[in-house]
Write a protein that binds this ligand. Structure first.
Ligand code: 9MG
Length: 286
């Protein structure tokens, strides 16, 4: 594989999700809408429905092609949220955005099958599962819908994942996990056009593991699915720059650009406008 594979991987790539077809022939941005009081980078100021909706509409105006709505923080050591509370956080936000007929698909960031089903019923078009559909009932929840799915790799849980991440060969193991979960989706009847994969940067990975995976995006592309990359404001960028979480804009944009040039199709980011503009340059120079 050549070092930069953007040109080879982005032709006529359509991602099917609910009533949407996401054109990934050029890299796109997924804007993050955290509806969590303990969100690590926005301090949870978007916890109220009206504020979350306003933030979501702003991200669309900034160029987000997808909104990722989450009600349980996945940062290291985050406290799990009870099902009822997660539902109360995210479902009203999804309903309010659907009522406004927003032009972009809504992704639900959850590993809980009951939240997946409720979110899809409320109008979400993508399931973004950081546990890669490993919870009992998660695969069925996706398969019994028309939603797209993002299968992410994580070693451990948010409570344990950064204690001592260990792999014999991180690229081989992450690739094998994603292949297994993709095949389970296909066997359950999920069309290949509905499946997206994600190596899960920062989820049970050291700095060296994250770097190895970032360099291995062309290898992950051989699985034949679009790739989602989430490096925005993550601690690995803090390790590289020495900057706190609120000063990682430039590092995050650089990571998004490099990832897109290595073949990533969808970039999950906090800073939508800056990333969209940077990706326009990537696309124009292809
Ligand atoms: C919810 N969430 C936080 N980080 C993420 C990442 O890197 N990828 C995906 N798919 N979801 C994430």
């Amino acid at each position: 594989m050549p070092a930069f594979v953007f040109w080879e991987t982005h032709f006529s790539m359509l991602f099917q999700c609910g009533r949407f077809q996401l054109d990934l022939s050029s890299p796109k941005v997924m804007g993050i809408v955290n509806v969590t009081p303990d969100s690590f980078s926005d301090g949870g100021q978007y916890q109220h429905v009206e504020v979350a909706v306003a933030h979501a509409l702003d991200l669309i105006a900034q160029g987000a092609a997808v909104l990722d709505i989450g009600g349980e923080s996945t940062r290291p050591n985050a406290t799990p949220v009870p099902l009822d509370e997660e539902l109360q956080r995210v479902i009203p936000v999804i309903e309010a955005l659907v009522a406004r007929e927003i032009p972009v698909p809504i992704s639900i960031d959850t590993y809980k099958p009951a939240v997946m089903r409720a979110a899809i019923a409320a109008g979400a078009s993508i399931v973004n599962d950081v546990r890669g559909l490993q919870e009992e009932g998660a695969l069925a929840a996706v398969a019994q819908s028309t939603a797209g799915v993002c299968i992410m790799h994580m070693q451990g849980t948010p409570q344990t994942m950064q204690q001592d991440p260990h792999y014999e060969d991180v690229v081989a193991e992450v690739t094998a996990f994603l292949r297994t979960q993709r095949d389970a989706c296909l066997a359950a009847g999920v069309a290949p056009q509905r499946i997206m994969l994600d190596p899960g940067f920062g989820f049970g990975k050291t700095r060296a593991h994250n770097i190895a995976l970032a360099k291995a995006l062309p290898t992950l592309l051989t699985l034949g699915c679009p790739l989602l990359v989430g490096l925005s404001r993550k601690s690995v960028l803090g390790q590289m720059t020495g900057n706190d979480v609120d000063a990682r804009l430039h590092a995050s944009v650089a990571a998004a650009v490099i990832s897109a040039m290595q073949g990533a199709h969808l970039l999950r980011v906090h800073d939508v406008k800056a990333t969209v503009e940077a990706l326009k340059v990537v696309t124009a120079l292809k």
